[in-house]
Ligand binder design. Structure first.
Ligand SMILES: C[S@@+](CC[C@H](N)C(=O)[O-])C[C@H]1O[C@@H](n2cnc3c(N)ncnc32)[C@H](O)[C@@H]1O
Length: 200
């Protein structure tokens, strides 16, 4: 993802749809590894559909690509993906996916500096960078099968420890399955498993 300082420069230069970058590649590699033949897979915030397409091309899985941005939905559909325009996981049925994967908008953004277009929806994580991470973690457990898992891209810009603590409060154990460092941030892919009820 772009450095926060570059965001103003990028306004007006981008298309309406986030194009695959290092974060997309990291998430795709972890997702392909997690998916087994026959799995039902949901990519939340699919953007161009590139991550979902990697999964569909390498695994015999049913892949649904979802995004709130209608331009992104069109690009993903043009790749031949099954696409649903959706706010996070809201339209999907309970217990319906084995794997849910998400590269959220995560750049911390000053509220006075928001610019209100589809690229902002793709990049800006609000003041904390966790604007969408928090509701996603609260809601994703509902659509996940009990033996399923979530893959979530997290940046050092959004504080991995805080994300892990929100995930724990939402009933998940986490492990980092990918890590890559750049001059301005470290990226991880966290794999989240629902924790069963404590029977001890
Ligand atoms: C960082 S981009 C990731 C795009 C793509 N998955 C990738 O890795 O290349 C974040 C995506 O989340 C989408 N998004 C933002 N808010 C959303 C919401 N409330 N529900 C679903 N998708 C959302 C954006 O439109 C954007 O496509």
């Amino acid at each position: 993802m772009a450095r926060p300082d570059d965001l103003a420069e990028r306004r007006g230069l981008e298309t309406d749809v986030y194009q695959p970058a290092e974060d997309s590649a990291l998430l795709a590699s972890a997702t392909v590894e997690a998916v087994e033949a026959g799995d039902a897979v949901l990519e939340v915030g699919t953007g161009s559909g590139w991550v979902a397409a990697q999964v569909r091309e390498t695994r015999e899985a049913r892949v649904i690509a979802a995004d709130v941005n209608p331009h992104a939905c069109r690009q993903a559909r043009d790749r031949g993906l099954e696409v649903v325009r959706a706010d996070l996981v809201s339209p999907f049925r309970t217990d319906s996916f084995d794997v849910v994967t998400f590269n959220p908008p995560y750049l911390p953004t000053d509220p006075d500096n928001e610019w209100d277009d589809w690229m902002e929806a793709a990049l800006s994580g609000g003041e904390t960078g966790r604007r969408l991470v928090e509701p996603f973690l609260e809601e994703v457990g509902r659509v996940l099968a009990s033996s399923g898992c979530v893959l979530l891209l997290v940046s050092s810009l959004t504080d991995r420890e805080v994300v892990e603590s929100i995930a724990a409060d939402a009933g998940f154990e986490t492990e980092a399955v990918r890590e890559e460092s750049y001059p301005f941030e470290t990226l991880w892919v966290l794999r989240l498993f629902p924790v069963g009820p404590d029977t001890s």
